[in-house]
Design a protein around this ligand. Structure first.
Ligand code: 6GU
Length: 246
């Protein structure tokens, strides 16, 4: 998968050299390129922002450097002719990023991310970009960050780990939070008793049916306690008779 990120703080994205995503880049599974928007400015002061038309607080990102960066990315895109690469614009005004969206985006051959700062990017950039990209404003949730960089770190990690080969054991992607609409069950390791606290007895026996039932019950209990919204959103068809007893 090819991933392009445009930012005025490319150093933020240095964390994508680490851990699993860093290894996937070195292994050639992710072709991730970060570029500095300021290098696309043509004035002596490398200006990327200006005051908003209509007044108001803060500054708005100027369109010209964005057009220079994005047109080059679109031209170099590996997507087949007739298809457009995706341009994700991190914004608290976007659609909420979910595990489902991460799965969908992990199927794409090319993702570009445009990191806005200040009050955002001149709206005409998104209109202009729609001729070259499928443009998607995406938010991490209902709170405000200073810019898109931290959101890109989160999204690239969530998407990248779903690209085949990036996670060594694909089984570990199956039993994790949100894979079945529920939160993950609690996990334990040795010692069996620690600080007077014992690991649930059922996990020490070898009865795999009982263990699976115990874990499923813990998932349901935990989800109801922490995220009742997820219980309400469940497809009732995914619940079995024993779930209903829990
Ligand atoms: Cl994606 N960007 C910014 N700037 N703030 C956010 C966000 C994104 N998601 C939540 N807050």
């Amino acid at each position: 998968m090819r991933i392009d990120v445009v930012s005025i703080f490319p150093e933020y994205l240095a964390a994508l050299d680490l851990s699993l995503i860093g290894k996937a880049r070195r292994d050639g599974l992710l072709d991730l390129r970060v570029q500095d928007l300021r290098e696309r400015t043509t004035d002596r002061h490398h200006t990327v922002d200006d005051t908003p038309y209509g007044g108001g607080a803060g500054m708005v990102m100027k369109p010209e450097p964005w057009a220079a960066a994005l047109s080059e990315i679109a031209e170099a895109s590996p997507v087949p002719a007739g298809r457009k690469p995706l341009l994700i614009v991190p914004s608290p005004a976007g659609a909420v990023f979910t595990q489902r969206m991460a799965h969908e985006l992990a199927e794409e051959p090319h993702l570009a991310f445009a990191c806005g700062r200040y009050e955002g990017i001149d709206e005409r950039v998104l209109e202009w970009a729609a001729e070259r990209f499928e443009v998607r404003p995406v938010s991490l949730g209902d709170y405000v960050l200073n810019g898109g960089e931290v959101a890109v770190l989160a999204m690239v990690e969530a998407i990248g780990r779903l690209v085949p080969g990036v996670v060594g054991n694909p089984e570990s992607l199956v039993e994790e939070s949100h894979s079945d609409g529920l939160l993950e069950y609690p996990v334990y390791t040795k010692p069996a008793v620690w600080e007077g606290r014992a690991v649930p007895e059922v996990l020490l026996g070898g009865n795999h049916g009982k263990i699976a039932r115990h874990r499923r019950n813990e998932q349901l209990r935990r989800t109801a306690a922490r995220r009742p919204d997820l219980i309400l959103a469940l497809d009732p068809a995914t619940l079995n008779a024993k779930d209903r007893d829990t």
